[in-house]
Design a binder for this molecule. Structure first.
Ligand code: SAM
Length: 225
């Protein structure tokens, strides 16, 4: 069995095999503006795909910007919900166009695992500001308003499993405890629940966000509907 030093030394010679980071670049440095001389010299331990190892952060963001999906993600932040970081991380993984924080500007970044650096995050102080941005965005059908799809299990909601999500849309989530505010539900074009079968009233907000984003991926990337 290899010891840690042998493992790390082997990994630094085969950077593409590692997932936790790579050491200094071995051999002649690669050419290209995307490469960061500091990372090439010192190694790259960031939480990025191996494809992006040694890339400058701006180069990664620019590359992601070329192929972002058309769904946006929004979450209400009136109580500094700890789920927001985790939602930002999932939005990065599924390549959301942007993440929108409604309410307090400050949010707990811990769960984001630094993925927020690669994600466009926009702040709206109130639901009205958020709604005005969606209406003026021109990102919806025929250059119109971006449809707001609220996700919560409230009376009158429809089932996400039976709903055709618009390709360009805003997926809006509430906070642990109160869920979506009345103003947010009123602003929505549709309210969808994720079907549950057990005894709990709800699932965790970041779990709900991950399921919802993956529903969008199933419908619009894998064309399963
Ligand atoms: C913990 S829930 C709180 C509210 C929930 N309506 C209740 O009755 O307890 C917090 C957020 O997670 C999301 N969520 C949790 N479970 C959900 C479900 N089954 N369907 C849709 N959204 C859900 C929603 O965005 C919701 O605002």
């Amino acid at each position: 069995m290899k010891n840690a030093d042998e493992f790390l030394s082997e990994a630094s010679q085969s950077p593409e095999l590692t997932t936790w980071g790579v050491g200094p670049w071995q051999g002649e440095w690669p050419l290209g503006d995307e490469f960061d001389p500091e990372l090439l010299a010192n190694g790259d331990t960031r939480n990025v795909l191996d494809h992006y190892r040694y890339w400058k952060m701006e180069a990664i963001v620019a590359d992601l910007d070329k192929r972002r999906h058309k769904f946006h993600v929004a979450i209400e932040n009136w109580q500094h919900d700890l789920n927001i970081g985790s939602i930002v991380r999932t939005a990065n993984a599924f390549l959301a166009a942007e993440v929108h924080i409604i309410g307090h500007r400050r949010w707990n970044r811990r769960g984001a695992m630094v993925t927020d650096r690669y994600q466009h995050v926009r702040h709206h102080p109130t639901v009205d500001d958020f709604l005005a941005w969606c209406n003026a965005s021109g990102l919806g059908p025929n250059g119109g308003a971006l449809p707001i799809i609220a996700i919560d299990n409230v009376p009158g909601c429809q089932k996400i499993e039976e709903y055709d999500l618009p390709e360009s849309c805003m997926l809006l989530f509430g906070q642990e405890g109160p869920g979506l505010s009345e103003a947010a539900i009123e602003a929505a074009d549709a309210v969808l629940e994720i079907s549950q079968f057990g005894s709990t009233r709800s699932i965790n907000a970041s779990a709900a966000a991950a399921i919802t984003m993956h529903c969008w991926v199933e419908q619009h990337v894998f064309k399963r509907r």
